[in-house]
Write a protein that binds this ligand. Structure first.
Ligand code: DAT
Length: 175
């Protein structure tokens, strides 16, 4: 057992909205027994906000409060954290980082289905085209622990579940 992470590894799943973080993260939690944390949902429940973004018509995340709220859960390990950003988490929190990637046409349809329109829809597509979250992850964490995963089809989902489940098993065997 790893004395720093008695409950297992911490896995970050990040990527543009609509790339499939919640779908993957929730199923992964079922398969691995790790604790699933959806940062967006947590922020909503606990109102971890700091003002209102008039351009995007959404509340602004209070990142410090998110960290305070999660610190005691994340420190002992054993978590899957899902969020569409990654540069404000402490680097020491994560043992591995997965960045989900989706082709533009597929992402466009998924975001439309989620009710995204206009500037919000276009900006999220741009975010994926410019690999914004991938670059954020590579800039924020050791490159060796950052992995890009295709997330277009149900076969991709299965492959990603297998890959991460195997990684978690190996981590547990070697710690
Ligand atoms: P996110 O949490 O990144 O915003 P989501 O998990 O809510 O994304 O997924 C958005 C939609 O896409 C949802 O209808 C499920 C679907 N989806 C997710 N991953 C997929 C995959 N690998 N193949 C096909 N559809 C997928």
């Amino acid at each position: 057992m790893d004395s720093r992470r008695p409950n297992g590894p911490n896995v970050l799943i990040t990527g543009t909205p609509g790339t499939g973080k919640t779908t993957l993260g929730a199923e992964l939690a079922q398969r691995t027994g790790l604790n699933y944390i959806n940062v967006g949902d947590l922020a909503k429940q606990e109102e971890l906000y700091d003002g209102w973004d008039a351009q995007y018509q959404c509340p602004i995340l209070n990142e410090d409060r998110v960290i305070d709220e999660l610190e005691d859960t994340v420190n002992p390990g054993g978590n899957i954290v899902d969020y569409h950003g990654c540069d404000f988490f402490p680097e020491r929190w994560f043992d591995i980082v997965f960045v989900l990637r989706t082709d533009n046409t597929i992402l466009y349809k998924r975001l439309e289905q989620k009710g995204y329109t206009g500037k919000k829809l276009e900006d999220n597509i741009q975010c994926e085209i410019f690999q914004t979250i991938l670059e954020e992850a590579v800039d924020s964490y050791n490159k060796d622990i950052v992995h890009e995963l295709p997330s277009n089809t149900s076969d991709d989902l299965e492959a990603n579940l297998d890959k991460i489940t195997n990684w978690v098993d190996e981590w547990k065997n070697s710690h």
